[in-house]
Design a protein around this ligand. Structure first.
Ligand code: C2E
Ligand code: MG
Ligand code: MG
Ligand code: MG
Length: 289
Protein backbone atom coordinates (compact mmCIF):
# COMPACT_ATOMS: atom_id res chain seq x y z
CA UNK A 1 0.00 0.00 0.00
CA UNK A 2 1.04 3.52 -0.67
CA UNK A 3 0.62 4.96 2.78
CA UNK A 4 1.46 4.20 6.35
CA UNK A 5 -1.95 4.68 7.82
CA UNK A 6 -3.22 1.38 8.91
CA UNK A 7 -4.01 -0.82 11.84
CA UNK A 8 -0.98 -1.77 13.95
CA UNK A 9 0.63 -4.82 12.43
CA UNK A 10 -0.39 -8.12 13.95
CA UNK A 11 2.96 -9.63 12.91
CA UNK A 12 1.39 -13.05 12.45
CA UNK A 13 0.84 -12.91 8.75
CA UNK A 14 3.44 -12.40 6.06
CA UNK A 15 1.72 -10.83 3.04
CA UNK A 16 4.79 -11.47 0.89
CA UNK A 17 3.56 -15.07 0.72
CA UNK A 18 0.92 -13.69 -1.55
CA UNK A 19 3.43 -13.13 -4.31
CA UNK A 20 2.76 -16.74 -5.11
CA UNK A 21 -0.37 -17.20 -7.14
CA UNK A 22 -1.26 -20.33 -5.19
CA UNK A 23 -1.17 -18.42 -1.93
CA UNK A 24 -3.42 -15.72 -3.31
CA UNK A 25 -5.92 -18.16 -4.74
CA UNK A 26 -6.05 -20.09 -1.51
CA UNK A 27 -6.47 -16.96 0.56
CA UNK A 28 -9.31 -15.78 -1.65
CA UNK A 29 -11.07 -19.14 -1.49
CA UNK A 30 -10.80 -18.81 2.26
CA UNK A 31 -12.07 -15.24 2.12
CA UNK A 32 -15.17 -16.25 0.14
CA UNK A 33 -15.89 -18.85 2.76
CA UNK A 34 -14.95 -16.50 5.59
CA UNK A 35 -17.47 -13.91 4.41
CA UNK A 36 -20.24 -16.53 4.45
CA UNK A 37 -19.16 -17.72 7.87
CA UNK A 38 -19.02 -14.20 9.25
CA UNK A 39 -15.30 -14.21 9.94
CA UNK A 40 -15.15 -10.53 9.04
CA UNK A 41 -15.13 -8.07 11.91
CA UNK A 42 -15.93 -4.40 11.84
CA UNK A 43 -13.95 -1.84 13.77
CA UNK A 44 -14.98 1.78 14.12
CA UNK A 45 -13.07 5.02 14.66
CA UNK A 46 -14.68 8.32 15.64
CA UNK A 47 -14.53 11.45 13.54
CA UNK A 48 -14.42 14.64 15.56
CA UNK A 49 -15.29 18.28 15.07
CA UNK A 50 -11.99 19.75 16.17
CA UNK A 51 -12.85 23.04 17.86
CA UNK A 52 -15.71 21.87 20.06
CA UNK A 53 -14.59 18.26 20.25
CA UNK A 54 -17.95 17.04 19.07
CA UNK A 55 -18.55 13.59 17.68
CA UNK A 56 -19.60 13.64 14.03
CA UNK A 57 -19.49 10.07 12.76
CA UNK A 58 -17.61 6.80 12.88
CA UNK A 59 -15.62 5.26 10.08
CA UNK A 60 -16.11 1.53 9.66
CA UNK A 61 -12.89 -0.45 9.11
CA UNK A 62 -12.92 -4.11 8.20
CA UNK A 63 -10.76 -6.87 9.72
CA UNK A 64 -10.68 -10.58 9.04
CA UNK A 65 -10.47 -13.07 11.85
CA UNK A 66 -8.73 -15.77 9.87
CA UNK A 67 -9.01 -19.22 11.46
CA UNK A 68 -5.33 -20.04 10.88
CA UNK A 69 -3.56 -16.70 10.43
CA UNK A 70 -5.20 -14.66 13.16
CA UNK A 71 -6.59 -11.15 12.91
CA UNK A 72 -5.78 -9.71 9.47
CA UNK A 73 -5.89 -6.03 8.60
CA UNK A 74 -7.21 -4.70 5.28
CA UNK A 75 -3.71 -4.36 3.83
CA UNK A 76 -3.29 -8.12 4.14
CA UNK A 77 -6.17 -9.08 1.89
CA UNK A 78 -7.99 -6.17 0.21
CA UNK A 79 -5.69 -5.74 -2.75
CA UNK A 80 -5.90 -9.42 -3.57
CA UNK A 81 -9.66 -9.34 -3.09
CA UNK A 82 -9.85 -6.52 -5.64
CA UNK A 83 -7.53 -8.31 -8.03
CA UNK A 84 -9.39 -11.62 -7.88
CA UNK A 85 -12.93 -10.27 -7.84
CA UNK A 86 -13.91 -11.04 -4.26
CA UNK A 87 -14.17 -7.42 -3.17
CA UNK A 88 -17.81 -6.82 -4.00
CA UNK A 89 -19.01 -9.68 -1.76
CA UNK A 90 -17.00 -8.12 1.03
CA UNK A 91 -18.48 -4.70 0.33
CA UNK A 92 -22.02 -6.06 0.52
CA UNK A 93 -21.21 -7.77 3.82
CA UNK A 94 -19.77 -4.57 5.28
CA UNK A 95 -22.67 -2.42 4.04
CA UNK A 96 -25.22 -4.83 5.43
CA UNK A 97 -23.62 -4.89 8.86
CA UNK A 98 -23.13 -1.13 8.92
CA UNK A 99 -26.75 -0.44 8.00
CA UNK A 100 -27.98 -3.02 10.52
CA UNK A 101 -25.92 -1.25 13.20
CA UNK A 102 -27.37 2.12 12.24
CA UNK A 103 -30.82 0.61 12.64
CA UNK A 104 -29.95 -0.80 16.06
CA UNK A 105 -28.51 2.52 17.25
CA UNK A 106 -31.01 4.96 15.78
CA UNK A 107 -33.39 5.10 18.72
CA UNK A 108 -30.76 6.08 21.27
CA UNK A 109 -28.46 7.91 18.86
CA UNK A 110 -30.62 9.29 16.05
CA UNK A 111 -27.87 11.50 14.63
CA UNK A 112 -25.45 8.58 14.38
CA UNK A 113 -23.52 8.38 11.11
CA UNK A 114 -21.36 5.56 9.82
CA UNK A 115 -18.84 5.93 7.01
CA UNK A 116 -18.10 2.84 4.91
CA UNK A 117 -15.12 2.53 2.56
CA UNK A 118 -15.83 1.41 -0.97
CA UNK A 119 -13.30 -0.07 -3.35
CA UNK A 120 -12.95 1.58 -6.75
CA UNK A 121 -13.90 -1.80 -8.24
CA UNK A 122 -17.28 -1.60 -6.50
CA UNK A 123 -18.28 1.22 -8.82
CA UNK A 124 -18.10 -1.20 -11.75
CA UNK A 125 -20.85 -3.19 -10.06
CA UNK A 126 -24.15 -1.84 -11.36
CA UNK A 127 -26.23 -3.70 -8.77
CA UNK A 128 -24.58 -1.74 -5.96
CA UNK A 129 -27.14 1.06 -6.12
CA UNK A 130 -30.16 -1.25 -5.97
CA UNK A 131 -28.52 -3.30 -3.24
CA UNK A 132 -27.95 -0.26 -1.09
CA UNK A 133 -31.40 1.17 -1.70
CA UNK A 134 -33.03 -2.13 -0.71
CA UNK A 135 -30.84 -2.32 2.41
CA UNK A 136 -31.77 1.17 3.60
CA UNK A 137 -35.43 0.41 3.04
CA UNK A 138 -35.30 -2.97 4.74
CA UNK A 139 -33.68 -1.53 7.87
CA UNK A 140 -35.57 1.76 7.76
CA UNK A 141 -32.35 3.73 7.91
CA UNK A 142 -32.13 7.32 6.71
CA UNK A 143 -29.79 7.46 3.70
CA UNK A 144 -28.19 10.60 5.15
CA UNK A 145 -26.83 8.57 8.07
CA UNK A 146 -24.63 6.59 5.71
CA UNK A 147 -21.41 8.03 4.29
CA UNK A 148 -19.45 6.31 1.53
CA UNK A 149 -15.70 6.90 1.29
CA UNK A 150 -14.10 6.59 -2.13
CA UNK A 151 -10.67 7.31 -3.47
CA UNK A 152 -9.55 8.99 -6.65
CA UNK A 153 -8.82 5.53 -7.99
CA UNK A 154 -12.51 5.29 -8.94
CA UNK A 155 -11.62 7.56 -11.85
CA UNK A 156 -8.75 5.49 -13.29
CA UNK A 157 -10.55 2.95 -15.46
CA UNK A 158 -13.62 4.69 -16.79
CA UNK A 159 -14.17 8.14 -15.28
CA UNK A 160 -17.45 8.79 -17.08
CA UNK A 161 -18.98 5.54 -15.90
CA UNK A 162 -17.67 6.12 -12.37
CA UNK A 163 -19.17 9.60 -12.27
CA UNK A 164 -22.55 8.20 -13.34
CA UNK A 165 -22.41 5.61 -10.57
CA UNK A 166 -21.43 8.23 -8.00
CA UNK A 167 -24.36 10.37 -9.06
CA UNK A 168 -26.74 7.42 -8.73
CA UNK A 169 -25.41 6.73 -5.23
CA UNK A 170 -25.71 10.38 -4.34
CA UNK A 171 -29.31 10.37 -5.56
CA UNK A 172 -30.11 7.73 -2.93
CA UNK A 173 -29.40 10.42 -0.37
CA UNK A 174 -26.17 9.01 1.04
CA UNK A 175 -23.17 11.27 1.54
CA UNK A 176 -20.01 10.79 -0.51
CA UNK A 177 -16.51 11.63 0.67
CA UNK A 178 -13.19 11.50 -1.18
CA UNK A 179 -10.66 9.49 0.86
CA UNK A 180 -6.82 9.57 0.85
CA UNK A 181 -6.80 12.88 -0.95
CA UNK A 182 -3.38 13.98 -2.11
CA UNK A 183 -1.99 10.51 -2.78
CA UNK A 184 -3.53 9.82 -6.18
CA UNK A 185 -3.29 11.64 -9.43
CA UNK A 186 -5.68 14.23 -8.17
CA UNK A 187 -7.31 15.83 -11.11
CA UNK A 188 -8.70 19.11 -9.98
CA UNK A 189 -10.89 19.04 -13.05
CA UNK A 190 -12.71 15.93 -11.80
CA UNK A 191 -12.65 17.03 -8.19
CA UNK A 192 -15.11 19.75 -9.09
CA UNK A 193 -17.46 17.31 -10.78
CA UNK A 194 -17.55 14.68 -8.06
CA UNK A 195 -20.78 14.74 -6.02
CA UNK A 196 -18.86 14.75 -2.74
CA UNK A 197 -19.32 16.80 0.42
CA UNK A 198 -15.82 16.40 1.90
CA UNK A 199 -12.28 15.41 1.12
CA UNK A 200 -10.13 13.52 3.60
CA UNK A 201 -6.51 14.56 3.65
CA UNK A 202 -4.40 11.42 3.66
CA UNK A 203 -2.75 10.34 6.92
CA UNK A 204 0.69 10.47 5.40
CA UNK A 205 0.57 14.28 5.34
CA UNK A 206 -1.02 14.58 8.77
CA UNK A 207 0.96 12.20 11.04
CA UNK A 208 4.05 14.40 11.12
CA UNK A 209 2.48 17.72 10.14
CA UNK A 210 4.12 19.58 13.00
CA UNK A 211 7.55 18.47 11.81
CA UNK A 212 7.30 18.82 8.05
CA UNK A 213 7.11 22.08 6.14
CA UNK A 214 6.33 20.15 2.97
CA UNK A 215 3.36 18.44 4.55
CA UNK A 216 2.13 21.72 5.99
CA UNK A 217 2.27 23.20 2.50
CA UNK A 218 0.41 20.25 0.96
CA UNK A 219 -2.26 20.08 3.67
CA UNK A 220 -2.68 23.85 3.46
CA UNK A 221 -3.15 23.73 -0.29
CA UNK A 222 -5.72 20.94 0.01
CA UNK A 223 -7.64 22.88 2.65
CA UNK A 224 -7.69 25.97 0.42
CA UNK A 225 -8.77 24.11 -2.71
CA UNK A 226 -11.51 22.28 -0.85
CA UNK A 227 -12.80 25.48 0.68
CA UNK A 228 -12.82 27.30 -2.63
CA UNK A 229 -14.83 24.46 -4.13
CA UNK A 230 -17.27 24.56 -1.23
CA UNK A 231 -16.14 21.21 0.18
CA UNK A 232 -15.48 20.27 3.79
CA UNK A 233 -12.12 18.86 4.88
CA UNK A 234 -11.31 15.99 7.22
CA UNK A 235 -7.76 15.36 8.39
CA UNK A 236 -7.01 11.72 9.08
CA UNK A 237 -4.15 10.38 11.12
CA UNK A 238 -4.05 12.98 13.89
CA UNK A 239 -1.80 11.47 16.53
CA UNK A 240 -0.79 14.50 18.56
CA UNK A 241 -2.30 17.61 20.05
CA UNK A 242 0.25 19.80 18.26
CA UNK A 243 -1.02 18.55 14.93
CA UNK A 244 -4.60 19.25 15.93
CA UNK A 245 -3.72 22.81 16.94
CA UNK A 246 -1.90 23.42 13.71
CA UNK A 247 -4.81 22.08 11.65
CA UNK A 248 -7.33 24.25 13.47
CA UNK A 249 -5.19 27.32 12.72
CA UNK A 250 -5.04 26.22 9.08
CA UNK A 251 -8.83 26.16 8.90
CA UNK A 252 -9.44 22.41 9.05
CA UNK A 253 -12.55 21.65 11.08
CA UNK A 254 -12.74 17.86 11.23
CA UNK A 255 -10.35 15.11 12.15
CA UNK A 256 -9.78 11.52 12.94
CA UNK A 257 -6.86 9.71 14.48
CA UNK A 258 -5.26 7.79 17.30
CA UNK A 259 -5.10 11.01 19.34
CA UNK A 260 -8.88 10.78 19.80
CA UNK A 261 -9.32 7.05 19.60
CA UNK A 262 -7.85 4.00 17.98
CA UNK A 263 -10.30 1.96 15.96
CA UNK A 264 -12.19 -0.45 18.23
CA UNK A 265 -14.72 -3.20 17.73
CA UNK A 266 -18.14 -2.15 16.52
CA UNK A 267 -19.64 -4.32 19.27
CA UNK A 268 -18.18 -1.85 21.78
CA UNK A 269 -19.76 1.21 20.19
CA UNK A 270 -22.70 1.72 22.54
CA UNK A 271 -20.68 1.57 25.77
CA UNK A 272 -18.06 3.79 24.10
CA UNK A 273 -20.70 6.38 23.22
CA UNK A 274 -22.17 6.39 26.72
CA UNK A 275 -18.70 6.79 28.19
CA UNK A 276 -17.88 9.61 25.78
CA UNK A 277 -21.04 11.54 26.64
CA UNK A 278 -20.52 10.83 30.31
CA UNK A 279 -16.93 12.04 30.46
CA UNK A 280 -17.16 14.97 28.06
CA UNK A 281 -20.56 16.03 29.33
CA UNK A 282 -21.07 17.40 25.86
CA UNK A 283 -24.16 17.78 23.78
CA UNK A 284 -22.60 16.95 20.46
CA UNK A 285 -24.51 16.03 17.33
CA UNK A 286 -24.38 12.41 18.48
CA UNK A 287 -25.96 13.07 21.87
CA UNK A 288 -28.29 10.39 23.17
CA UNK A 289 -32.00 11.24 23.03
P1 C2E B 1 -8.61 4.56 5.17
O1 C2E B 1 -10.03 4.48 4.73
O2 C2E B 1 -7.84 5.75 4.74
O3 C2E B 1 -8.66 4.41 6.74
C1 C2E B 1 -7.75 5.01 7.60
C2 C2E B 1 -6.68 4.03 8.07
O4 C2E B 1 -5.77 4.76 8.91
C3 C2E B 1 -7.21 2.89 8.94
O5 C2E B 1 -6.36 1.77 8.74
C4 C2E B 1 -7.01 3.44 10.35
O6 C2E B 1 -6.90 2.42 11.32
C5 C2E B 1 -5.71 4.18 10.19
N1 C2E B 1 -5.56 5.27 11.15
C6 C2E B 1 -6.52 5.97 11.77
N2 C2E B 1 -6.01 6.92 12.58
C7 C2E B 1 -4.66 6.81 12.46
C8 C2E B 1 -3.55 7.52 13.07
O7 C2E B 1 -3.72 8.44 13.89
N3 C2E B 1 -2.31 7.13 12.69
C9 C2E B 1 -2.09 6.11 11.78
N4 C2E B 1 -0.84 5.76 11.49
N5 C2E B 1 -3.10 5.42 11.21
C10 C2E B 1 -4.38 5.77 11.55
P2 C2E B 1 -6.94 0.31 8.48
O8 C2E B 1 -8.09 0.06 9.38
O9 C2E B 1 -5.78 -0.64 8.49
O10 C2E B 1 -7.50 0.43 6.99
C11 C2E B 1 -6.62 0.65 5.93
C12 C2E B 1 -7.35 0.91 4.66
O11 C2E B 1 -8.09 -0.23 4.24
C13 C2E B 1 -8.40 2.02 4.76
O12 C2E B 1 -7.79 3.26 4.66
C14 C2E B 1 -9.28 1.70 3.57
O13 C2E B 1 -8.73 2.20 2.39
C15 C2E B 1 -9.23 0.20 3.54
N6 C2E B 1 -10.44 -0.35 4.17
C16 C2E B 1 -10.72 -0.52 5.47
N7 C2E B 1 -11.93 -1.09 5.64
C17 C2E B 1 -12.44 -1.25 4.40
C18 C2E B 1 -13.69 -1.78 3.90
O14 C2E B 1 -14.60 -2.19 4.64
N8 C2E B 1 -13.84 -1.82 2.53
C19 C2E B 1 -12.87 -1.34 1.69
N9 C2E B 1 -13.10 -1.41 0.37
N10 C2E B 1 -11.72 -0.84 2.13
C20 C2E B 1 -11.50 -0.79 3.47
MG1 MG C 1 -11.59 5.73 4.73
MG1 MG D 1 -7.77 7.50 4.06
MG1 MG E 1 -7.07 3.97 2.12
Amino acid sequence: QHHRCQAPDNAVFDPSLLNYTDGKLRLMAELRQGIEQNQLLLYVQPQIELKQRQLLAFEVLVRWQHPRLGLLSPEDFLETAEELGVIYSLTEWVLQHAVASLAALKREFPAMKLAVNLSSKDLLQDELVDYLQALLLEYQVKPASLVLELTERVLTDDPVRALTMLQRLKNLGVELVLDDFGTGFSSLFYLRQLPISHVKIDCSFINDLHKSDTHIAIAGAIIDIARNLGLGVVAEGIEEELVEQKLVRMGCTRGQGFYYSRPFELAGLEPWLRQWHHSSGQAGPLSPE
